[in-house]
Design a protein around this ligand. Structure first.
Ligand code: ADP
Ligand code: MG
Length: 705
């Protein structure tokens, strides 16, 4: 260890406890102020010192009012010259505050915020922060942030960066700043949760200096360094929670050591009709390594649509068969389960691996036979749908569970399949392209393997995507017709009109009727909706796959995994109603064969966000870039849904922006939990405290897959 002189244990405990003290321990915090602070979520001393500023006003280098740059965020300082209130229309009140200095005038303008006129009066020294524009020849700022700088005794030193803290009615940001200052000077010397050796290795500031500098940075570099240190600490707590959970789930139990060099695996590899891509080879290596090891595998295979995940799964199935154990692979729909049977069944046969396909629609007699053959261990590989989860499906030697399109299943279902075996390996697969930094947090207890390459050079980048303007429907139908007369096929996807699959299906039925009668009377138009009976769905899919229908009108049931190489054109109705990830999944359905694809979006986005999303979608074919764009446009909270609200302790860290810190924190957490699983070592004492505080009752938040 480097740095700090070790203090005595009691001393350390006392200082830690002080951080937990009620906020009334801070000077000037009386009962009424404590009540106001509680409204800001501040109850303890620590809450107060970690009540980070919303923004910082840089008062060191403000330009004279007469030469403020336009259009960028600036801070301007002047003396209030005049406050005026106008009522140009009923229900519209405009407050204008003109400030002056030797060089010129700047006017702050507020609409329907008359309280501003109570806050400032002529003669006050103030700072405005915002963007300057020229209106009627005058420099003005619309609804600038205002800070009263005071005069004489109470004046704020101008040669500094001023923090602006979240405040509440009755407790101004000035007051909050003052209370934070008090808390820092009395209690800032808290033991650092990050061991000095770790700080040194990662180039992170000590807690005390970081807390000082996040509130009162002397320059931008200090603020950045402080933020980095504090954000890292938040992420480390989270990753420790994840790592320790994973440790208790995985590392402390022992699983199957599979044989990964057996004849069936070799036979399967030899029987594949194509060469694996290098990403696929790397993924197979990851998976087989996990399977060969003693700890149960917990891996997620994350690859865009068409990246070839199924064959990686097939190799794992063959390894289980070689090991004399059993494996099960589950898909969210019968269409997909059948597709596996077609895609991997032949190769499994060629490799001498017996397999069976079990679905809800499997006839009773066949089902009984399959169950018996699986129960006796005669059939090592079982493919299927949710039907695999039924209680009477007994897979006595199950050592590998594979869940495809895992986002379509609930946690209980994913674990349910695995639970049919004893410490079975788990491989989950998904085409939802989430950025790695997010995956490491949301699915932190899983190892993640990416398939980025696309086999055969096909995929979304070979699909041209465009927005079809209103009234140009006919042109889009002409594209369909041209593709069909060239031997191709097309999908027409109907959007979720209301939030129910029922109405979506109805829209598709109606649209199919209309197309048959009015638009494509000479073509063969099929229909596929989630509401249809299973055998109807399957035959609709078979007809399309076999080229016996030209146009398939469908709901989003085709979104996942369906693979029909002949389909090269897709029309999506009401495209703005879809999420970007969903549109991207849809786009993955076409251009899979020789023909390059064309995606035509009927969309009429009403909001600027909607337009931006459509533009982002057209602008890139990369699923990961799209996921990031979606995240930016909708905000992290939206994408993470409920889980975000349960994401503990993140005040500064951003799951998207702090990818490098997340990687660091994850590696460090793994190492610490590996060497000291329960963080009981003396060097980890303050860290354990801070993890407990950060994760609190949410400690259990991190869930499997
Ligand atoms: P996804 O990752 O979307 O599940 P699939 O496993 O369905 O992708 O594969 C998509 C298509 O690519 C399938 O038709 C599959 O046979 C084919 N494929 C997979 N790997 C390769 C490869 N290495 N070379 C050529 N085609 C491949
Ligand atoms: Mg798939």
């Amino acid at each position: 260890m480097t740095g700090a002189v070790p203090s005595t244990a009691e001393n350390r405990c006392a200082r830690l406890a002080a951080f937990d003290a009620p906020v009334t321990a801070v000077r000037y915090v009386d009962r009424p102020r404590a009540a106001l602070l509680a409204r800001l979520g501040i109850r303890t001393v620590e809450d107060l010192v970690r009540h980070y500023p919303l923004r910082w006003l840089d008062l060191r280098s403000t330009a004279p009012l007469g030469s403020l740059p336009l259009g960028i965020d600036v801070t301007a300082i002047g003396t209030v010259h005049e406050v005026s209130v106008k009522h140009p229309r009923p229900r519209l009140t405009i407050v204008e505050v003109a400030i002056v200095d030797d060089s010129g005038v700047l006017v702050g303008v507020w609409f329907n915020q008359s309280y501003i006129r109570q806050r400032v009066k002529p003669g006050d020294r103030v700072a405005f922060a915002g963007k300057v524009q020229i209106e009627y020849g005058l420099r003005q700022m619309r609804t600038p942030f205002v800070e009263l700088l005071g005069t004489g005794e109470t004046s704020v030193a101008l040669a500094r960066i001023l923090p602006v803290h979240p405040a509440t009615e009755g407790l101004s940001s000035n007051w909050v700043r003052r209370l934070v200052t008090e808390a820092l000077s009395a209690f800032g010397d808290v033991p650092d949760p990050l061991p000095a050796s770790l700080r040194a290795r990662r180039g992170l500031w000590p807690l005390r200096s970081a807390l000082r500098a996040i509130h009162f940075p002397r320059d931008e570099d200090e603020r950045i360094a402080a933020r980095r240190r504090l954000a890292y600490e938040e992420l480390l707590a989270l990753q420790i929670g994840i790592a320790s959970r994973r440790h208790s789930l995985v590392d402390e139990r022992s699983g199957h050591r599979h044989i990964t060099s057996g004849p069936r695996l070799a036979g399967l590899a030899a029987a594949l009709p194509f060469e694996l891509t290098s990403d696929q080879r790397a993924a197979v290596t990851d998976v087989l390594k996990d399977m060969a090891g003693p700890a149960p595998m917990n891996r997620m295979l994350l690859g865009d649509v068409g990246s070839g995940k199924t064959v990686v799964a097939a190799m794992a199935l063959a390894a289980a068969a070689d090991s004399g154990t059993q494996a099960a692979m589950m898909a969210p729909t019968e269409v997909l389960a059948r597709q596996y049977a077609r895609a991997v069944g032949g190769s499994l046969d060629a490799a001498g691996v017996r397999w069976a396909l079990l679905m809800g629609s499997t006839p009773a007699r066949e089902r009984r036979e399959i169950l018996a053959a699986v129960r006796s261990g005669e059939v090592p590989v079982l493919l299927g749908t949710h039907a695999l989860l039924t209680e009477d499906v007994v897979i006595p030697r199950l050592s590998l569970a594979i869940v495809d399109e895992q986002h379509r299943f609930g946690v209980a279902q994913r674990l349910g399949l695995r639970g049919k075996g004893e410490a079975a390996d788990l491989l989950v697969m998904t085409a939802t392209p989430i950025p790695r930094s997010l995956a490491l947090t949301l699915y932190g207890d899983l190892d993640v393997t990416y398939l980025r390459e696309r086999p055969g050079g096909r995929g979304p980048e070979h699909v041209s995507t465009r927005l079809v303007p209103r009234g140009a429907r006919q042109e889009a139908y002409d594209v369909v017709r041209a593709a069909v007369s060239d031997g191709g096929q097309a999908y027409i996807v109907c959007a979720l009109v209301e939030e129910s699959e029922g109405s979506e299906a109805k829209a598709a039925v109606r649209e199919a009727e209309r197309l048959r009668r009015k638009v494509f009377p000479d073509l063969r138009v099929g229909l596929l909706t989630g509401q249809m009976r299973t055998n109807e769905k399957i035959s609709a899919m078979e007809e399309f796959r076999g080229g016996r229908t030209d146009v398939l009108v469908a709901t989003t049931v085709i979104e996942v995994g369906v693979d029909v190489p002949g389909a090269s054109v897709m029309i999506v109705e009401d495209a703005e109603r879809f999420g970007l990830a969903q549109l991207h999944q849809l786009r993955g359905r076409i251009g899979r064969g020789e023909r390059s694809g064309q995606l035509l979006l009927f969309a009429d986005p009403k909001t600027s966000e909607g337009r931006a999303r459509m533009e982002a979608f057209i602008g890139t074919a990369d699923g990961f870039e799209l996921a990031e764009a979606d995240l930016r446009l909708r905000g992290e909270g939206q994408l993470l849904g409920e889980r975000q609200s349960g994401l503990p302790g993140l005040r500064l860290a951003s799951l998207l922006g702090d990818a490098d810190l997340i990687e660091m924190a994850r590696a460090d957490a793994k190492e610490m939990v590996g060497s000291d699983p329960h963080l009981v070592g003396a060097q980890h004492e303050p860290l354990l405290e801070s993890v407990r505080r950060a994760l609190g009752r949410d400690w259990e938040w991190v869930s499997s897959g």
